[in-house]
Design a protein around this ligand. Sequence first.
Ligand code: URA
Length: 233
Amino acid sequence: MERIDKILALHNFGSRKEVGALIRKGGVTVNGSPVKKGDEKIDPERDEIRVLGEPVLLRRHMVLMMNKPGGVLSASRDPKAETVVDLLPPELYRRGLFPAGRLDKDTEGLLILTDDGDLAHRMLAPKSHVYKLYQARLDKPATREDAALFAQGLRAGELECLPAELILGDDPCEVQVRVREGKFHQIKRMFHAVGKEVIYLKRLAIGNLKLDPALALGQTRLLTEEEITKIFE
Ligand code: URA
């Protein structure tokens, strides 16, 4: 049994306070009867919830996007350092969410957190070839030759890279890179192999799922079913 206000807040109907106001206005029913207080407990497996008359489809799993800030670890818990799970709001903190994939401590941008092991596995399996788009600032200008080397499939020390797209813009030190693998320090190692160092890195997209520009650093929001499918496009 779970609190109705908590369930609705988790399903993007607003903060607990906003959901509380909705409940007091009679906007929420469970099995046809109006809910009176936010702390009423319901059975998410059996009860039918409606908000303003519309049935609410409850999800078994949570999938969130975070705009990861620099300085936090992509891990669930760490005895010494702050992790992305430590940044979650209290109602999400204890749900067993973990990051599906890693960004380096100093990397910012799109990170998926979920409690769905199958989804994480599908996202991370090398054979899935899920695309990731990064924005990188370099210490030296990137060149067309670098782009050609990236496109061929670069050798970065021990690392044999799959062909990747290096997108040059007006400022040759500000580039985008699209890769379809996610080895340890992949982007930094690729640039290092062509004599450049990455001084700032941000993930902009995974598959067709773009980082929501409305999310401030450290914020999360739930993904819709449609957005989840975009990861694999
Ligand atoms: N490549 C890197 O070098 N670092 C990241 O965090 C992600 C990709």
